[in-house]
Design a protein around this ligand. Structure first.
Ligand code: PLP
Length: 384
């Protein structure tokens, strides 16, 4: 099976698997225990924290290990909303459900949603902050559905100038793009399974500048901010995956983007009735969000699966009440078109040939669909 759903999750990297197995058999003691066995695990855990924070360009005490991006996001939103008399939070309408749902749960309506798909978003945001006297901003780095990249660096500058906190969900960025200036962000997060690590482990870069973010109460683990025994084997596996895939160099990205353009041009040439979403803004090199001809996404998914390809659903209703993707909805895409949308997301190990094979499969399914449809309509004519 050729796998094109890396934005959902990635396969476990071999080094990560080895690291997990080794840590599980050799370093299973509780890192908070007062004996030597515990101290050894603590030492290893802190070494891993040092490695990852160094690669991210942040201080080790700014890095909290946690279960996932979702946990980090929820904790940040909860902390923001628990300030005494918080000012309105500005939130992008295209955020992941982890953001939208936790904002809805904690903000008591003290939120202003904005559409990020505009030219020169930072310029657009500055007056919005002033107009609403906003006290914080949430805008992801790259979108999980469309691959759209948002100008997070400039937005971080705007927030710094205004002296307000900015949370950037970098879950889809890490492992696909250069780490670059991520360290200039006050708060961001990652989930290991998006870059070859195991599920259920992630990290949170915290800032103590505006308010304290406490993930859980109990023991004094994770600088006293996230109580609960650390899962060292999972953290060690995440570190191994991060070393392998956490950072991607800019040259690879620009080569892959060129290839993506070529692939999309061929797709449109072979199937002129496809509709590609987000073509003018910057996008992740691995993601193609495309409305397929005539049939709904499930049809294409099951046909592709039979042909040996796994792709994602672009129309899954993660949030909102309309039953279709809130992201595409915000882009002004028609509901009927959203229902025909599939999300194709390759990985660092996906070869050019894999992409061309996928294109051939799509074309074949399309041709069969057209011939079935036309033979179907012929049957109807005969019946009449
Ligand atoms: N944020 C984004 C942009 C995502 O794509 C995802 C997962 O798809 C998440 C947050 C949540 O990640 P997790 O389920 O690992 O907590």
């Amino acid at each position: 099976m050729k796998y094109f759903d890396h934005n959902a999750t990635t396969p476990l990297d071999e080094n990560a698997r080895h690291a997990w197995l080794k840590a599980s058999s050799e370093s299973w003691a509780n890192p908070s225990s007062p004996h030597r066995m515990g101290a050894k695990v603590r030492m290893r855990l802190e070494a891993v924290r040092g490695e990852i924070s160094q690669a991210l360009g942040i201080e080790p005490d700014e890095l909290i290990f946690c279960s996932s991006a979702t946990e980090a996001i929820n904790a940040w939103v909860r902390a923001y909303c628990s300030q005494s008399d918080p000012r309105p939070l500005l939130v992008s309408r295209q955020e992941h459900a982890a953001v939208i749902e936790s904002v809805d749960a904690h903000s008591q309506g003290n939120v202003i949603y904005f559409s990020p798909h505009v030219d020169d978003l930072p310029k657009h945001l500055e007056p919005l902050i002033e107009q609403h006297q906003a006290g914080g901003v949430m805008l992801m780095a790259a979108n999980n559905e469309t691959g759209e990249i948002y100008p997070w660096q400039e937005v971080a500058n705007v927030c710094n100038r205004k002296g307000i906190p900015y949370f950037c969900d970098t879950t889809q960025w890490i492992g696909k793009m250069p780490l670059g200036k991520l360290n200039q962000l006050a708060s961001f997060c990652g989930s290991a399974h998006k870059f070859g690590g195991p599920k259920g482990v992630g990290f949170f870069k915290i800032s103590r500048r505006f308010f304290e973010v406490k993930l859980s109460h109990g023991g004094s683990q994770e600088h006293g901010l996230r109580a609960g025994t650390e899962d060292y084997p999972a953290i060690a596996a995440m570190a191994a995956a991060f070393q392998e895939y956490g950072n991607v160099n800019a040259e690879t990205v620009s080569e892959q983007l060129k290839f993506r353009d070529e692939w999309m041009a061929k797709l449109q040439q072979k199937m002129s009735d496809v509709l590609l979403h987000v073509t003018h803004h910057q996008v992740l090199w691995n993601t193609v969000s495309v409305a397929m001809p005539e049939k709904e996404a499930h049809y294409w998914l099951s046909k592709l699966e039979k042909a040996g390809f796994t792709v994602g659903l672009g129309a899954a209703c993660a949030t909102g009440k309309s039953g279709v993707s809130h992201v595409l909805n915000d882009l002004g895409v028609d509901d009927a078109i959203i229902r025909r949308t599939i999300r194709i997301s390759g990985g660092v190990d996906t070869t050019d040939q894999d992409w061309w094979d996928l294109l051939d499969a799509l074309e074949k399914i399309h041709t069969e669909m057209i011939s079935q449809d036309s033979s179907g309509s012929k049957t109807e004519v005969i019946r009449i």
